[in-house]
Design a protein around this ligand. Sequence first.
Ligand SMILES: [Zn+2]
Length: 392
Amino acid sequence: MPSYRELLAQVKSEIEEIDPRDAAEALDSAVPPVLIDVREADEFEAGSIKGALHIPRGNLESRVEAAVPDRGTPVIISCQSGARSAFAAKALQDLGYEHVTSLAGGFSRWKQNGHPWAVPAVLDAERRRRYSRHILIPEVGEAGQLKLLSSKVLMIGAGGLGSPSGLYLAAAGVGTIGIIDEDIVDDSNLQRQILHTTDRVGMAKTESARVALTALNPDVEIVAYNERLTSANIDRILPGYDLVVDGTDNFPTRYLLNDASVKHDIPVVHASIFRFEGQMTVFKPHEGPCYRCLFPEPPPVDMAPSCAEGGVLGVLPGIMGTLQASEALKLLLGIGEPLVGRLLLVDALEASFHEVALRRDPGCPVCGDNAGEITYIDYEQFCAGPSRVAAH
Ligand SMILES: [Zn+2]
């Protein structure tokens, strides 16, 4: 039986080592190798080489194929002193990886030689538990969850659409949720606006939403805007958000939001609802059509149905708002095929989902090739008169 020292010497003779200076050079190159840190979580979290992929030694064989599918990819393995990484390099060689090296002297020598390292951003144990069902999805993982926690989403309206999208975005750990709504909770809202409750009737919707969302997830910071979105405040409110979830159903706000989101280059997850039918799409500036590519000018006031109260089956905004949350999470994570250039039509009575293609208009007054200065449209100008509509 060989001793540990003999076994280590044996393994080291069967693999290649790379010294920290050559490793630093390779990692700095245009096509860097994949660096895998095989230490335990507490060692990795105390400090690691920037950009290192963390796969603890015990999980290496089971997880490396998903992380590095191409066995021809150059891989450097690091640990604390260069011993565990030697065994890990041997294991990867045995799995068929063709260009594996072990960092000689490990992270300790890397640090001693003055190469750069950092304390990686990681989730603490409590957050790992809370978001474990996200972390288990390879497309999300810990990195994706950290991304969500640092994301900022602006919700226009804390009503029927904003209720489910707000709840699911908060549950998902979207770190900052801005909510703009100037209404107060009314008992006629409760048939569909599940953010609010009977005992919060009379409370500002932004406050009621804050109560509900922070009770669900204390990780979420709520930024409340107890006002109506106007041409005067939109340039103050919009910048800094990663995307907007549009829960309004009035034409002027839709045009205002569209024009400002193109100006500030912020994607809008759009949905609208009427009775049993819903529509949704994602307006991603310059990558797909904007709202004005479809409807260049607002309809005349008396033709605009949303300037009057419309009925809606209470669960419909629940379906559409949930789909909006799904699109928002995809956009934040950069995964999947967002609903850009596609209009999804949902009919609750038929239980049907259809899709139509939407095209960008090169002559669009806002996002077109020759678009000029954008002049915002305001609610008051547009829906003048007594019939003003709350957000759904
Ligand atoms: Zn356009």
